[in-house]
Design a protein around this ligand. Sequence first.
Ligand code: AMP
Ligand code: MN
Ligand code: MN
Ligand code: MN
Length: 284
Amino acid sequence: MKLHHDLHSHSTASDGTLTPEELVEEALDGGVDVLALTDHDTTAGIGAAARAADGQDIRLIPGVEISVSWNAYTIHVLGLNIDIRDERLQRGLQGLREFREWRAQEIARRLEKAGIQGALTGARAHARGSIVGRTHFARFLVEQGYARSLREVFKRYLVKKRPGYVPGEWATLEQAVTWIRGAGGLAVIAHPARYRLSATRLRALLEEFKSCGGLGLEVVSGSHSRDDITAMSSVARRLELLASCGSDYHGPENPWVRLGRLANVPDGCRPVWESTQWRAASAR
Ligand code: AMP
Ligand code: MN
Ligand code: MN
Ligand code: MN
């Protein structure tokens, strides 16, 4: 039987709106057989998700989505099937979260200069005790009527050249891949079509990623169009990267696809879960 894999999702441990338990429930409802929880720069939700999946018809893959600065770009690298007890990985993620905390204060300071009061308190209320990310600011700003949608609020306030923008100072590509591999996991470049890289730049990114030991490309993503999927599947084949597939689910009210509604990995690509590395990591 063909299993339905969704290897990219978020919970309230980062910027998702469902708790890890609710997320597992939703994935079961959507017919997902194998779900990876990949919160931004944290594995805090994995324990609860694994307990919720225990004894149910679903397998929970421990994962993380690591923020990386590569040249002028922020790139997201997924670590799948990681051992969350790995100390070097956890120290690395801790450093990224410390940057996130500083950045949250800085974003609020800049928004205040632009005339928006109380953004840090507002964003913290949405984060409910987790680290504050841009999505939490976006939810606060929409709630306050600064824009109608998350997409619009990002465009007006939270991206380059906008009042609440603070440049990222994330991990290097090599650090992210090294942490993931050190924790026994597989590194995958998330939603490659989202970065709007030229073919040459994308190739440079992927060559460097491979030389660090990166293995996979998220060919199928909730944020990819059909054309993106076709383009990325040929990139994966040409560069001999394994193909991954994930919704990037953030909760029922977000624009990405529903859990369990993803396209299949195109023929001719090798799915990550059919690799020897995946089997070795899962057998741990
Ligand atoms: P951060 O890692 O805190 O800088 O925030 C990045 C997150 O913001 C992504 O993982 C998405 O969840 C969200 N995001 C980024 N751009 C947009 C957008 N245009 N519309 C909605 N959400 C976005
Ligand atoms: Mn997110
Ligand atoms: Mn991402
Ligand atoms: Mn994501």
